[in-house]
Design a protein around this ligand. Structure first.
Ligand code: ZN
Ligand code: ZN
Length: 155
């Protein structure tokens, strides 16, 4: 039988070396902590300088928008939160209005809409002129019940 020669001996030698190394490392551990702390401080010191980086306004998001679309950079909202049904921004539950390109409180919106009621009213008023009020009311109800879910899922 042929057994690989030196393996057991080499192995033991290796482990004892590691043991020695570990013993040596405890000696340095305090200065290693300093080093880590310094790294940490340095990276947190970068933050004030990055104030110009556009970030999403949504609480807890803070997405870096440097490489986002111009629209999202300009309005400080990431793509996700510009389409989200509810977003916590400035400590309030809000939604991004696609007409005004800013956040409004949810009370500004009809259910599921992504444009505020004021803008939609303007929009509807313009369309309404030629239609009879009776027909228009039915149409409104129909649109409202249909689009509340569509608005959130489409694109
Ligand atoms: Zn966001
Ligand atoms: Zn609006």
């Amino acid at each position: 039988m042929v057994v690989p020669k030196s393996e057991p001996a080499g192995f033991e030698y290796g482990t004892s070396r590691i043991g020695l190394n570990l013993g040596g490392r405890t000696y340095f551990s305090s200065s290693e902590d300093d080093f880590v702390n310094r790294l940490y401080q340095r990276s947190s010191m970068v933050e004030p300088g990055s104030l110009n980086v556009p970030r999403c306004q949504a609480a807890g998001c803070n997405a870096n928008l440097t490489h986002a679309k111009h629209y999202h950079r300009r309005h400080k909202v990431c793509e996700f939160h510009s389409k989200a049904a509810t977003v916590i921004a400035a400590g309030m539950t809000q939604r991004f209005c696609q007409q005004c390109s800013r956040f409004h409180l949810l009370t500004e919106f009809d259910n599921g809409k992504r444009s505020c009621r004021k803008r939609l009213a303007d929009h509807n008023r313009r369309r309404r002129k030629t239609q009879q009020t009776d027909q228009d009311n039915k149409l409104q109800l129909h649109i409202a019940s249909n689009s509340s879910s569509e608005n959130l899922t489409s694109k």
